[in-house]
Design a protein around this ligand. Structure first.
Ligand SMILES: [Zn+2]
Length: 277
């Protein structure tokens, strides 16, 4: 089978701080990028214990070049680099049979969810699709759903797993930690996380015929709340976005694809507005 893996970092076992996920941090980040890489490796190994998998891994955290190649199998492809037009789901349209989301986290505003945010915490305060709050897992699952790709596995904290199960009940969840609050976790050890993820990946592939692509039926309305008014000022310049409040914007599309593209564009433009004038 052809397997797509989008790997984030905040949901890696043990991680409880932005420092551990910050590529400019020279003490903790090197430790945790290795753990992130090993969790991706575990997911691949678990999947391959069931059937041969052609694997594309999309490094999806921060500057998007976190993975240590020496920790990965030598017969996979890896997407590295920031920025990618389709961000955490870049190249998800290349005919995959299923997807894994590793190291994921809950969406912005979720209680007891470590480092919870949705794409850009400096720009996005809330994202709703057809009135439903969407986190990264749902936003990305819906993009892949447009190409018939079902999400089979997510790994991360309990808050993520609870949210994913609500909308994508067929997804196998590897819960490597429980968040105590935004900056603290009750986690299994990295070694235990690797076993857990490999086992979950294995059952995800074994049960993959039960999984379904997550499809958002059109027409689709996106509503975003920005952190600052200055972000909304610039996003509102983009044709198609309607300003519906000081920090609120709405975008409508016939299907999910243009809406997802509009969200990525809004995030990029909004980010440029966060630079201090
Ligand atoms: Zn991240």
């Amino acid at each position: 089978m052809k397997l797509y893996i989008s790997c984030d970092m905040e949901g890696t076992a043990g991680i409880c701080s932005w420092n551990q996920c910050d590529p400019t941090n020279t003490t903790e980040y090197p430790i945790y990028r290795r753990m992130m890489s090993r969790e991706v490796r575990a997911a691949i190994d678990g999947a391959r214990s069931v059937e041969p998998c052609e694997v594309l891994v999309n490094d999806s955290h921060s500057r998007m070049h976190n993975l240590l190649f020496e920790e990965l199998p030598n017969d996979i492809r890896v997407l590295s680099g920031y920025r990618k037009a389709f961000s955490m789901v870049q190249s998800g349209d290349e005919g995959f049979d299923g997807a894994f989301f590793t190291g994921y986290h809950a969406g912005i505003g979720v209680e007891r969810a470590v480092l919870a945010h949705t794409y850009s915490p400096n720009v996005l305060y809330g994202v709703r699709v057809n009135g439903v709050e969407f986190d990264e897992a749902l936003l990305n699952a819906a993009y892949l759903g447009e190409f018939g790709v079902p999400v089979l596995l997510v790994t991360g904290d309990e808050a993520l797993c609870t949210a994913v199960r609500e909308h994508l009940p067929w997804v196998e969840c590897a819960q490597v930690k429980r968040s105590i609050d935004y900056y603290s976790v009750d986690s299994v050890t990295p070694a235990a996380a690797i076993e857990l993820i490999a086992e979950a990946a294995r059952s995800a592939i074994l049960r993959r015929t039960q999984a379904r692509p997550f499809c958002v039926e059109g027409p689709v309305t996106l509503q975003i709340e920005t952190v600052g008014v200055e972000c909304a000022d610039y996003i509102a310049l983009v044709p198609g976005f309607a300003r519906v409040g000081g920090r609120s914007l709405r975008f409508s599309g016939a299907s999910y694809l243009p809406v997802f593209q509009a969200l990525i564009a809004a995030m990029r433009i909004g980010r440029s507005a966060t630079e201090r004038a």
